[in-house]
Ligand binder design. Structure first.
Ligand SMILES: Nc1nc(=O)c2c([nH]1)NC[C@@H]1CN(c3ccc(C(=O)N[C@@H](CCC(=O)O)C(=O)O)cc3)CN21
Ligand SMILES: CC(C)C(=O)C(=O)O
Ligand SMILES: [Mg+2]
Length: 288
């Protein structure tokens, strides 16, 4: 068949958006640490190679979030997310990124039992993905684990406030820190995580004064989500901000409407298949 030249034609300008990844060109964990009180850190989630290619030039960090449980796998929450999912999507995102530091969420059940369990699973994620760091949810209880990992070569990003893996204890995804007691507990958690050696800290779903107090008190840069513009950086779930996910938290700002764009494109495709205007000559193989 003389069809190969047409078959293998990619869009060269976009099929490899970024140069070949080189560890030397990446933003490193020490450089991220230095951004405390500096230019705000930009982080978004990514689960796939193509999304990573598109986000990478504009982001300091890409988070392979366990939110992929809801966004990619249609699960009701993140509790059922596995190490295998995080390793597979983490590796895909590292292949698609060039300059951002890639951080992989440790899934529920992979780090809470002991520092040893956390080291085994965190080291596996770094080996299998090539990511720069892992993230884990929790406060004072996790401080010994965070210290254990950082002293053994694994950079850890913390995550306090609304910690979605604890949904079965919290009873939902409501804002945290409404009582003075809970507010103090979240601040103490953040300080413990930072003092244990976390290079950065996600603060999710808390009242703004709590996020400001934490940002002033901890040595590492804070990354807010539903927290405060005073944090040292921000993160959102990419599908949420693109308008691609159907149920989004109140703290999401929609920067695009990809669900509507997708529907319009699919409607046109369906119409053109049904009225036989697609495919037309442009899409067909020619004898010469
Ligand atoms: N798509 C997506 N976006 C996220 O931000 C996200 C995930 N998935 N999965 C993991 C966690 C779960 N998160 C969530 C999920 C839902 C709400 C939410 O619906 N919040 C309601 C209030 C709910 C309540 O009061 O119980 C809101 O209006 O903000 C918040 C955070 C944040 N993370
Ligand atoms: C929302 C961010 C912080 C996260 O943990 C995730 O995407 O899983
Ligand atoms: Mg997460």
């Amino acid at each position: 068949m003389s069809t190969t030249s047409k078959t293998l034609t990619f869009n060269k300008s976009t099929s490899r958006a970024n140069p070949t990844p080189s560890p030397m060109k990446r933003l490193t964990v020490p450089r991220i640490r230095q951004r405390k009180n500096g230019e705000p850190l930009v982080m978004l989630t990514a689960y796939t190679v193509r999304m990573a290619q598109l986000l990478d030039p504009h982001c300091d960090m890409l988070l392979v979030g366990d939110s992929l449980g809801q966004v990619i796998y249609g699960l009701p929450h993140t509790v059922a997310v596995t190490m295998e999912m995080m390793a597979a999507h983490g590796a895909a995102v590292v292949r698609g990124s060039y300059h951002a530091a890639v951080v992989v969420d440790m899934p529920f059940g992979s780090y809470e039992a002991s520092p040893q369990q956390a080291f085994e699973n965190a080291s596996r994620l770094l080996k299998e993905t090539g990511a720069a760091a892992v993230k884990m949810e929790g406060g004072r209880v996790l401080a010994p684990t965070i210290e254990f990992l950082t002293q053994r070569g694994i950079p850890v990003m913390g995550h306090v406030g609304l910690t979605p893996q604890a949904v079965n204890i919290l009873g939902g995804y409501g804002v945290r820190g409404k009582s003075a007691e809970e507010a103090k507990s979240i601040v103490d958690d953040a300080i413990a995580v930072s003092e244990a050696g976390a290079f950065s800290l996600v603060i999710e779903g808390v009242l703004e004064p709590i996020a400001i107090e934490i940002t002033q008190k901890v040595a590492c840069p804070t990354i807010g989500i539903g927290a405060s513009a005073q944090c040292d950086g921000q993160v959102l779930v990419t599908e949420d901000m693109l308008g691609l996910f159907d149920r989004v938290p109140r703290f999401v700002k929609k920067f695009g409407d990809m669900a509507q764009q997708t529907e319009e494109a699919v409607k046109q495709y369906a119409d053109q298949v049904r009225n036989r205007t697609f495919p037309s000559a442009d899409q067909l193989y020619q004898p010469e």
